[in-house]
Design a protein around this ligand. Structure first.
Ligand code: GRF
Length: 208
């Protein structure tokens, strides 16, 4: 609770929204002491929006602007404004396929997190499970981290390993990583909502 109101989450996603569902269900079950205040997508028919609608959670499409891989300046302002208006304390990227830059990150300094489907710093960028499979690693996983101006470079909050099995395809490996994500991301959000994550430079440590 902050100022006698629940800790509030804002979720940004471009895809099917399975991580959002895991987080929303953990909130509903009381495993995360928070509520989802707003879901925003840059894709008008993204599954994440219908998942939010089904659960009665406020959701909206906001146009990303003129670029393909990032939000333009006006869109960053619109996204930040909508999240501020909704009283969001923590911004959760859940499959949001655009890079956030200065303006948005300044508005939510130290309050934006992401989940990435590899053990960072290995395999940043797109389709990280495919990169891991093609490289031939025997263990990969997922990483929850704070978002900074780089791509998948911010301080790491937690990681979960996932084995690469003989005969794995990109799809089977991705499915196994996603199952790990649905455990790890809600746990991290719960720790953040409880104020139990302390950041010191690149290091994050468990608080009280
Ligand atoms: C996840 O695999 C996550 O690691 C990556 O995007 C994917 C989102 O999936 N950042 P979903 O929309 O949560 O199902």
């Amino acid at each position: 609770m902050r100022n006698d109101r629940p800790f509030r989450l804002g979720v940004l996603g471009s895809g099917k929204g399975s991580n959002f569902v895991a987080i929303a269900e953990a909130c509903a079950a009381g495993r995360i002491p928070a509520q989802v205040g707003l879901v925003i997508s840059d894709v008008p028919d993204a599954g994440i929006l219908s998942q939010a609608q089904t659960r009665g959670i406020p959701q909206t499409f906001l146009a990303p602007g003129k670029y393909r891989t990032k939000l333009d300046e006006a869109a960053e302002q619109a996204y930040a404004g909508a999240l501020q208006e909704a009283g969001v304390d923590l911004v959760i990227l859940a499959g949001f396929m655009r890079i956030l830059k200065g303006g948005f990150l300044q508005a939510f300094a130290g309050r934006v997190i992401n989940i990435h489907p590899s053990l960072l710093p290995s395999f940043p960028g797109l389709a990280a499970w495919r990169q891991a499979l093609e490289y031939g690693v025997k263990v990969t996983g997922c990483t929850v981290h704070f978002v900074d101006q780089g791509v998948d470079t911010g301080p790491i909050i937690a990681q979960q390993t996932v084995p690469v099995l003989d005969g794995d395809t990109a799809d089977t490996l991705h499915q196994r990583i996603q199952a790990a994500e649905w455990q790890l991301y809600p746990e991290c959000v719960a720790a953040l909502a409880r104020g139990q994550v302390i950041v010191r430079g690149r290091q994050t440590v468990a608080g009280p």
